[in-house]
Design a protein around this ligand. Structure first.
Ligand code: ADP
Length: 613
């Protein structure tokens, strides 16, 4: 780089200098030559003038006698003392005398331009090569009467060699001076270019650094020259660039952190239907194995045609399109896909946001099922009551035998309706978080005994034996006595209901860690494994007809589950078809401090945990 610049500068300078010198040489030579020729001709004219004032005298041409010849020769020599060559020529071109050659050896001069001019116009001049003396000469000729019957031509010439010599020496000094100037200028330009190129190299290095992201400023060289000012302004540019890049990077990091941590799936598609960006949630929702690469075609990544169509509509000009997509085959998930158009300057595209609405759809389904179930549960007893009441009114009222039976059926169905309504009220309380618990110290033994007492009558009807495993020394539990009794009672009722005559029911309790686990085991019909996780759902029954027949509502276990859970416990079942079931539920052991902390208003608390039943 350094040498490059130096050579460029030097060669340019050299070329300029040589061009200039050639021009000077050319014009100077021309001017000098012209000037010299003019001076020389003026000098020759002056000599000719003197010669004309004192011309030679000739009686005849050519001179006949020897005196005349020698006089002519003498005149010629005399005139040649001026430094010019003198020649006398007849109009026919015959040389009569010459100051430098023997006229007898000289050729005819009639065709010489200066002679012809002199004869025609009185004078003539020319610059040319002399054949006689083999030199370049300047000639000046005049016509002169010499007394004979025809005039002669007097010719004067001086050699051109002098001017050539002068020009040669002029040229030598010109080129020598130029060479010295060239060397001096070369040295100067070398120094300047070295300094300049060092600074340019620094600037180049600096700009390379900036391009690589290193924005440290360039130290000044103290020269105060234009290049230092350039350096300073480059420093400013670099600082501004650094600041801008920092701001942009921070903004980008922030937005990618936000997009990355979003639960919603977000993707950006460009006008060519290619993915520009997609966050992790987007990949997870669509069950992609990895984050899709930027630039991959949407149709290759996404299988949900609803989404592709929505994107196409937006790319075609619609500002916003909402659609719904479903993922998964075994466990379906529902997502609301909102596609909106994005415009950033010239480019346009679409942003896709996937929002999980599975829970919403599930709740909708539960609500629909619930309404259907409730209506169904109400219809049977209502139809029965209506039917028997109408029969009574139609005349059966007067038949004492049927009347009583019909009235009993009506009472039984109304009880069922009452139970159903009670259970539904309980559910609605639980759903609205309005189930108030009075958390107190509850004795496990008392709780079990009171419930067994209630069940004993029905059990004995079916000859079912209820046994209680001894549980001396069990700690008290923390709970709402009435609600816990409801749970246990429900389990005991179910055990009695779903156990055939002469079966057995065993109730036990044991303390484990911070809980007491209650168990109600029966030798009943059992529950199929597939149904076991679902019996705690509302209205779920293994055998709906049988349950109804036995007066069940299908809500007992879901209510029990909710109550146990709001106490901070769990409920679960182990069962084998035909051999019996074991229902367990846990309740926390009473801890005065904990109860005080949990219920500051003296033991009453609202149920907060929502039962998943
Ligand atoms: P139901 O009013 O029908 O008894 P539950 O919610 O109490 O409603 O029980 C749900 C279902 O669980 C019952 O319909 C029955 O099929 C099954 N079930 C509950 N307890 C037992 C048990 N001890 N033995 C066999 N099946 C039972």
């Amino acid at each position: 780089m350094r040498h490059n610049l130096f050579w460029k500068l030097t060669l340019t300078f050299f070329a300029l200098l040589v061009g200039f010198l050639l021009a000077v040489d050319f014009f100077a030579e021309r001017a000098l030559r012209e000037d010299y020729a003019n001076t020389a001709f003026a000098q020759l004219a002056a000599i000719a003038h003197i010669a004309q004032a004192r011309p030679p005298h000739l009686a005849a041409i050519p001179p006949a006698n020897p005196e005349e010849i020698s006089a002519l020769q003498e005149w010629t020599s005399e005139m040649a003392a001026s430094g010019a060559r003198v020649t006398i020529i007849t109009p026919e071109g015959l040389v009569l005398a010459d100051s430098q050659s023997d006229p007898r050896t000289m050729e005819n001069h009639a065709s010489r331009p200066e002679i012809r001019d002199a004869l025609a116009k009185g004078e003539g001049q020319s610059t040319r090569h002399s054949v006689t003396i083999n030199r370049d000469l300047l000639y000046y000729a005049v016509k002169q009467n010499v007394g004979a019957d025809s005039p002669v031509v007097l010719r004067f010439a001086i050699p051109l060699a002098t001017i050539q010599d002068f020009l040669g020496s002029f040229r030598r000094s010109l080129w020598l001076a130029s060479l010295i100037i060239l060397l001096l200028a070369g040295a100067a330009s070398l120094l300047v270019s070295l300094g300049l190129s060092a600074r340019i190299e620094r600037l180049e290095e600096f700009s390379r650094r900036v391009a690589e992201g290193d924005f440290r400023p360039l130290p000044g060289d103290g020269s105060g020259a234009a290049l230092e000012k350039l350096g300073a302004s480059l420093n400013q540019t670099a600082a501004r660039l650094d600041q801008t890049i920092r701001t942009l990077t921070e903004e980008r990091n922030l937005s990618s952190a936000i997009l990355g941590s979003m639960v919603e799936g977000v993707a950006v598609v460009n006008g060519a239907e290619r993915l520009v960006f997609a966050n992790h949630s987007f990949a997870e929702i669509l069950e992609l194995h990895a984050l899709p690469k930027s630039g991959s075609a949407l149709v290759e990544v996404v299988r949900q045609t609803e989404m592709i169509e929505a994107v196409r509509k937006v790319l075609a000009g619609e500002p916003r399109v909402e659609s719904e997509i479903v993922t998964g085959t075994l466990r379906q998930h529902f997502f609301a896909a909102t596609v909106a158009s994005v415009r950033a300057g010239e480019t346009s595209g679409a942003v896709v946001v996937l929002h999980d609405i599975t829970e919403l759809r599930k709740l909708e389904r539960v609500r629909r099922d619930f309404v259907a179930n409730v209506s169904h549960e109400f219809r049977t007893p209502l139809t029965a009551i209506q039917g028997f009441a109408e029969t009574l009114l139609a005349g059966a009222m007067n038949d004492p035998q049927h009347r009583e039976r019909f009235l009993e059926i009506i009472v039984e169905h109304s009880r069922r309706l009452a139970r159903l309504t009670e259970d539904l009220l309980m559910l609605s309380k639980m759903d609205a978080d309005r189930l108030e618990l009075e958390i107190r110290r509850v004795s496990v033994a008392q709780l079990i005994e009171s419930c067994i007492e209630t069940s004993r009558h029905r059990a004995s009807e079916k000859e079912i034996a209820i046994s209680v495993k001894p549980f001396n020394g069990l700690p008290d539990v923390a709970g709402d006595r009435r609600r816990l009794a409801e749970v246990l009672q429900n389990l005991l009722d179910n055990a009695t209901q779903y156990t055939l005559a002469r079966g057995q029911i065993a109730v036990s309790a044991e303390a484990r860690d911070a809980e007491v686990i209650f168990t109600v085991a029966d030798t009943g019909i059992g529950i199929p494994t597939a149904d076991q996780p679902r019996i705690f759902e509302r209205f779920y029954r293994v055998d709906a007809a049988r349950s109804r027949e036995l007066g069940g509502t299908g809500l007992g276990l879901s209510i029990a589950k909710h109550i146990v859970e709001v106490h901070g416990g769990r409920i679960w079942v182990e069962s084998e078809i035909g051999r019996g079931s074991r229902f367990h539920f846990s309740v926390p052991i009473f801890d005065a401090e904990r109860v005080a902390r949990a219920t500051p208003s003296g033991g009453t608390s609202r149920s907060t945990g929502r039962a998943s039943a």
